[in-house]
Design a protein around this ligand. Structure first.
Ligand code: SF4
Length: 225
């Protein structure tokens, strides 16, 4: 027989040792990522941003499990991941001309009495004054942005395919933004995420100053002031 009993035992031992080594490595890696993330959140400074981004992606499941086990809210960690991601993408975002950027707003930001109609490119805002979209959409467009108010990711993908922006700002709830960032990373698109202040399906709330601050980055036109 090609495999003798002792060779088989040795192979099983080796597989077992490698498995234990990997699990211990992942545990240590997850603890380190959590510690560095905690320190970064406390100090407001990102330590080892590239390593942290890779670590967060690779060890996401384990980090979330550990957060739950120790009773921590993993939302803080996701927020941190989004901020880290924005910081990493900032250079490429700034270097992208504003005419090649687009902003995607979720339709849940609008008023429950919104009179806008849905078109193949999302909602066409009528500037009725019942929500903040109508107040700031002209300002963002005057900067040079294409702004879309979309009901979901299917619209977003279709619009991206049609207009081919090189950089986008995606607004949404925590999980939407996180998943959007990961999707854009996979297709190699520069993306900045802005998380809404109140989740839900109707009349959600956005920190418009945060959006305007990101949108103004690298925009030199007088309209951006
Ligand atoms: S301002 Fe625009 S998006 Fe907001 S409620 Fe009016 S039409 Fe709808």
């Amino acid at each position: 027989m090609f495999f003798t009993a002792s060779l088989w035992n040795d192979l099983m031992m080796l597989i077992g040792e490698i498995t234990v080594f990997l699990i211990v490595g992942m545990l240590i890696g997850s603890v380190l990522v959590m510690i560095v993330a905690g320190l970064s959140i406390q100090s407001g400074q990102f330590y080892f941003p590239r390593l942290m981004t890779s670590g967060m992606v690779l060890l996401e499941g384990m980090i979330k499990g550990m957060c739950r086990f120790f009773g921590f809210d993993d939302k803080d960690l996701i927020q941190f991941f989004i901020r880290l991601h924005n910081t990493m993408n900032m250079k490429n975002f700034v270097e992208t001309p504003v005419e090649k950027r687009a902003i995607f707003l979720p339709q849940c930001l609008r008023s429950a009495r919104c009179p806008a109609h849905l078109t193949p490119e999302g909602l066409s805002c009528r500037r009725c004054g019942q929500c903040d979209i109508g107040r700031d959409i002209d300002r963002l467009q005057a900067m040079g942005y294409q702004v879309f108010i979309v009901p979901g990711s299917t619209f977003m993908k279709r619009i991206i395919k049609k207009y081919r922006p090189e950089a986008i700002i995606g607004v949404g709830c925590l999980m939407e933004v996180k998943e959007g960032l990961e999707l854009c990373d996979r297709i190699g698109m520069v993306v900045m995420g802005v998380v809404t202040m109140k989740d839900g399906c109707v009349e959600t709330v956005l920190n418009w100053d945060e959006l305007l601050e990101i949108a103004s980055t690298g925009v030199t036109a007088p309209d951006s002031q």
